[in-house]
Design a protein around this ligand. Structure first.
Ligand code: XUL
Ligand code: CO
Length: 441
């Protein structure tokens, strides 16, 4: 067994004053808060594609700048096997309990599907074997049905039925191996499920086909007895100009139109939320109140750039507001915090992979602790319930109970005259949030 990250040993908690870059400042996995350990609350995962496949490439430097300890391996299957080892070593050293992958991340595609699937079987067996001596588990699996040329016009929303079939065959296999490896969820991110121009697009057929595809997945899941949660990951654009799974609201509407709402929850990604002109908190909140918050792709974008930069999350305000939603839904069940994040092209050394994850884990640990205090104190909840108090009595209660219609409401106004309105106190609330974030409350 090779060791790939030789200069890094197990990452430990050293506290907020530590100068050791390879130590946690806030994340203490065994610290118990509200009856559960931090590790159980946060359920971190490493994204195989960024951490082991990422090369630091961008549209102006396709070769990438990354230096990786497996760069000397030339045979593609040997490389795939090396990355399995590297994944377990990385997760164990950094103490991340889960990982996530696309089928094509763990095994390279061969000349035809039969051969590709054989490669997947070989790597799946290797992962399964390695899992016997490890506590590292699979949070979710997914399919890469967007990278290959055949998916140029989409996968389940392609104009070509043979491409639809190919994507179905791929999801079938990926779901089987996810089950085989004890995966707790299966994710559908819309890859190229969208359009570039409506001049060549039958939107109705494409949406109907997307629903047909997802229905087949639900049926197959039942057939093979996979008890993981199916998740849809909304994203408004990239790679297509318009992605059908635009945001949580569009996905909820789509699922309800096709009667699929009981079978899917959301995998919300921070950078996808901002691309859709929403905050991360908005997407999580909307999913939560619709009982559809399944899991999170933890990253952050750059608001000055209009694309999906997938940076490691370090913004404590964002992690605090996000964890408030997770706590309010009662915590994760099958989901977790998957770092769908990549180190910058200029952060090309292997140790940067550790720095990136440590930064993200510390930011979410700290965000969780702040969110926990905020919710425990109930300061915002109290303000909100007072702000809406008019709906708990009198005419407001009649509206909520369905006892008042337009006629009763007109009569109410004629009798009571002009309403008295109250301040929203946004600035005060933001200042209170600062007190919590800065640790004075
Ligand atoms: C793409 C993205 C994907 C999904 C999995 O923007 O987020 O990596 O998370 O396919
Ligand atoms: Co993602």
């Amino acid at each position: 067994m090779s060791e790939y990250f030789k200069n890094v040993s197990t990452i430990k908690y050293e506290g907020p004053k530590s100068d050791n870059p390879l130590a946690f400042k806030y994340y203490k996995p065994d610290e118990v808060i509200g009856g559960k350990t931090m590790e159980e609350h946060l359920r971190f995962a490493v994204a195989y594609w960024h951490t082991f496949q990422g090369r630091g490439s961008d549209p102006f430097g396709l070769d990438g700048a990354a230096l990786r300890p497996w760069d000397h391996i030339t045979d593609e299957m040997d490389l795939a096997k090396a990355k399995v080892e590297a994944n377990f070593e990385f997760c164990e050293k950094i103490g991340v309990p889960f990982f996530c992958f696309h089928d094509r991340d763990i095994a390279p595609e061969a000349d035809n599907l039969r051969e590709t699937n054989k490669r997947l079987d070989e790597i799946t067996a290797l992962i399964k074997d390695r899992m016997k001596n490890s506590s590292v588990k699979l949070l979710w699996g997914t399919t890469n049905a967007f990278g290959h040329r055949r998916f140029t016009h989409g996968a389940s929303t392609s104009n070509n039925a043979a491409v639809f079939a190919y994507a179905a065959a791929q999801v079938k296999k990926a779901m089987e191996i996810t089950k085989e490896l004890g995966g707790q969820n299966y994710v559908f991110w819309g890859g190229r499920e969208g359009y570039e121009t409506l001049l060549n697009t039958d939107m109705k057929l494409e949406l109907d086909n997307l629903a047909r595809f997802l229905r087949m997945a639900v049926e197959y899941k039942k057939e093979i007895g996979f008890d993981g949660q199916l998740l849809i990951e909304p994203k408004p654009k990239e790679p297509t100009k318009h992605q059908y799974d635009f945001d949580t609201a569009s996905v909820l509407g789509f699922l309800r139109t096709y009667g699929l709402e009981k079978d899917f929850k959301m995998n919300i990604e921070a950078n996808h939320a901002t691309l859709a002109a929403h905050t991360f908190q908005h997407e999580l909140y909307l999913a939560r109140i619709n009982n559809a918050l399944g899991s999170i792709d933890a990253n952050q974008g750059d608001l000055l750039l209009g694309w999906d930069t997938d940076q490691f999350p370090t913004n404590i305000y964002e992690t605090t507001l996000a964890m408030m939603e997770v706590i309010k839904m009662g915590g994760f069940t099958k989901g977790g915090l998957n770092f769908d994040a990549k180190v910058r092209r200029a952060s090309f050394e292997p140790v940067d992979l550790f720095y990136g994850h440590i930064a993200g884990m510390d930011a979410f640990a700290q965000g969780f602790k702040i969110a926990y205090r905020i919710i425990e104190d109930g300061v915002f909840d109290k303000f909100i319930s007072e702000r809406y108090a008019s709906f708990t009595k009198g005419i407001g209660k009649d509206i909520v109970d369905g006892k008042a219609g337009f006629k009763e409401l007109e009569a109410y106004v004629l009798e009571n005259g002009e309403p008295e309105i109250t301040s929203g106190r946004q600035e005060l609330l933001e200042a209170i949030l600062n007190q919590y974030v800065l640790g004075y409350k």
